[in-house]
Design a protein around this ligand. Structure first.
Ligand code: MLT
Length: 265
């Protein structure tokens, strides 16, 4: 679906379920799209109104026109909710880059979040080394296609168990990462590189929060995520077995069970 969220901008998004039911908003990882949330939308749309936007330059969403930032992406999510006349509190679920967006959303619009789910993400900004690697990926993205970017990232995106034993998941991730235009990926890499440190925000997150980590996640390790949960006053930590960074796709049954326990019904 497409929402015109301003006079010059649109966002593509998935919406499924009962429009009068409680809201579950899913924020996607890099370099994927809202489609990465299909297994959760299938599971939860019988009891929730599930909404998953595509960030700027992804799917049919308008690309960044000025300096890319998560402040902008979080505001896009707010504008989408406004467009859909959703003004009650939502449960916000972000994985990795989606988590970075969730931090910005909570910081800017705390009254609009009732519960928070932070999956395979991290609160700190990029280190000097991470910024260097990010710049290399940016250069690579400008010289190659989206599939090559995904191929390069795959060893970090997926855990060893998935890479060795689940060719269907590997194939699905490649498929999800393939359609993007690389100049849009490059803009998103800038937003990732320049994102602010959200460590100070953690003690101020007042809503019930679920922190989920794949046990084999090398980008946001379980140790880092357990520590993050300790700094959020009302947080619960769950580790998903045999899953890496994309835990919702790598071990969907356990991921959905953790979500179900947290959101109820
Ligand atoms: C993601 O999965 O969204 C990215 O790996 C996030 C990052 O690179 O920081």
């Amino acid at each position: 679906m497409i929402a015109p969220i301003s006079s010059s901008q649109q966002l593509s998004y998935i919406r499924a379920g009962d429009p009068y039911a409680p809201k579950l908003v899913f924020l996607h990882a890099f370099p994927l799209s809202s489609e990465m949330w299909r297994p959760q939308i299938e599971e939860f749309s019988s009891q929730f109104d599930c909404i998953a936007p595509d960030f700027r330059g992804i799917g049919e969403s308008t690309p960044f026109e000025t300096r890319p930032s998560f402040t902008m992406i979080a505001d896009d999510v707010r504008l989408l909710l406004n467009h859909l006349h959703i003004f009650q509190q939502v449960t916000l679920c972000g994985l990795s880059m989606g988590g970075y967006c969730a931090f910005e959303f909570v910081r800017s619009f705390p009254d609009r979040v009732g519960k928070l789910i932070l999956c395979d993400t991290r609160p700190d900004a990029d280190s000097e080394q991470a910024r260097k690697t990010r710049n290399e990926l940016l250069e690579f993205a400008l010289r190659n296609n989206a599939s090559a970017v995904a191929e390069k990232m795959l060893p970090k995106l997926l855990g060893g168990t998935t890479r060795n034993e689940k060719p269907d998941v590997v194939g699905r991730v490649k498929e999800l990462a393939a359609p993007h235009r690389t100049e849009h990926l490059a803009a998103m890499i800038q937003a990732l590189r320049d994102r602010r440190d959200s460590t100070e925000l953690l003690p101020n997150i007042k809503v019930p929060t679920l922190v989920i980590s794949g046990e084999e996640d090398e980008i946001s390790t379980p140790e880092l995520m357990r520590d993050m949960a300790l700094h959020i006053p009302n947080a619960k930590f769950v580790e998903i077995e045999k899953a890496g960074h994309l835990s919702n796709l790598e071990n969907t049954p356990d991921f959905n069970a953790a979500l179900r326990e947290f959101v109820g019904k």
